[in-house]
Design a protein around this ligand. Sequence first.
Ligand SMILES: C[S@@+](CC[C@H](N)C(=O)[O-])C[C@H]1O[C@@H](n2cnc3c(N)ncnc32)[C@H](O)[C@@H]1O
Length: 193
Amino acid sequence: MKGWIKSHTSDRYLIPIREQMINMLDPDARVIDLGCGSGDFFIRAHSKIESGFGVDGSKSFIKYAQNRTKNLNITNLAFKHRMIDQHFKPKADFTHATACLFFHVLPQELAVQILKSTTTYSDRLIICAFAPPENRKQRFLMWLDQRFTSHYRHYREYCQNGYMEGLIKKCQLHIDDIADTFDPTIKIYSVKL
Ligand SMILES: C[S@@+](CC[C@H](N)C(=O)[O-])C[C@H]1O[C@@H](n2cnc3c(N)ncnc32)[C@H](O)[C@@H]1O
């Protein structure tokens, strides 16, 4: 049910951003998606990449992603239910690690640890994340979107620490490119590791 609701709400809103991220991947990309949710990004990307491995802490999202993959006969994707913590280290290496609206939901100390550890198993990061609002209207809409979530405290910390750019800089990683999306408060950050 949770997966179905997501696929008909935020997944739909994010389609143009997912397409933008897919265009940044190569056909031979082996990708890990951190906090993959209902698997929508990978299900859209599967024919344009070599393989995808999605990890999420929500059992119902992972079940939904696995069922969709099976029903669509997609064979190059795998999804695993697991909370990503500071010890998370996948068994394989990847050409890319992706994350979409993931880092602001985490306690920021954990976000730093997870971001740093991607350097041990992937060559490049493509991260779609909330960016600083440019005016009061954007600030209010972001607040409204996040205020009633269970991770609001982490979102506040994320903002106070300089949003995604602040997090990437704290990990001493170098941002190659920041791409705008149709939503002025969401940007796509590319980092070569
Ligand atoms: C805002 S949603 C974004 C989902 C997905 N990336 C997307 O683009 O639709 C954040 C996701 O992170 C997952 N999550 C939060 N903390 C996590 C953790 N420590 N380990 C794994 N997944 C986590 C949640 O279950 C949720 O699916």
